[in-house]
Design a protein around this ligand. Sequence first.
Ligand code: PEP
Ligand code: MG
Length: 325
Amino acid sequence: RRAALRKLLGEPTLSSDGHHVELAANIGSVEDLQKVLANGAEGIGLFRTEFLYMGRSSLPSEEEQFQVYKHVLERMDNKPVVIRTLDIGGDKELPYMKLPTESNPFLGLRAVRLCLSQKDLFRTQLRALLRASSYGQLKIMFPMIAVMDELLAAKQLLQEEKEKLVQEGIQVADNIEVGIMIEVPAAALAADFLAKEADFFSIGTNDLIQYTMAADRMNETVSYLYQPCHPSILRLIQMVIQAAKKEGKWVGMCGEMAGDEVAIPILLGMGLHEFSMSAGSILPARALIKETSQQEWAGYTQQILAMSSQAQIKQFVEHKTRSDL
Ligand code: PEP
Ligand code: MG
């Protein structure tokens, strides 16, 4: 099986009926790049930059960040690289920032909320990203967007930093796509509005499931509620994909669900454009997609969305994929 998978290394990801999707990798540091390249990723769909800020005693400087982003872009050799701005808060803390303790950290000052409240910290990261943009195909992504005003405020800061850099004579790419994670139910439900202002969406199912089910993603005692293929989740995902398509924008997924063998045929059928996952899942996902017809699964979408439980949906997928083989 490993030999069969290795044959798919340099191949584009095509379904059995010739529909192309992009299989990208999630990374947390430059050390992950080796594995990404060895597994034939078509790009980076999520660079979790918070790891640059963690396990140290002070904030990383603009120059330090610039070097890291530039390195990742260069190693990816002009393949798309989605870099997510700082997603700290929730379960990820920065002791040196001394933020007030919150009784519900996952519902508190997290990610883009924190960045918009600490603008200097945010501007530093945006400048580092903009400076790196001329070394590859950079796409910038904001995490935890809940409402349009957050997206507009973040884009405004990005624009301001870009203008400053240009005035300083520093080269900045002029085609940088700016997208958002869809991981808050409010954003999924308002995806039609957000799609007008975002260049792309990436669905963060780890948080989207947590917030939709109101079940802490780390809490074992409620893990039975963590159901990626529950109709509530699939309906939100379908809405998000439709909203993006209506505005001509692309939509990916970077939560764990993107590498789930039961979810993949459903997502392919719904028309997801990009799947981003841990490097080790890429070749198995490519093999699965190769055996799956996009058209056939598009035809099942309405039927699946009318099913009332994850168990029923899983059974349907398992039955269909087995009969395809
Ligand atoms: C997600 O929420 O699905 C996601 C990809 O982001 P993280 O796991 O870093 O919160
Ligand atoms: Mg998340």
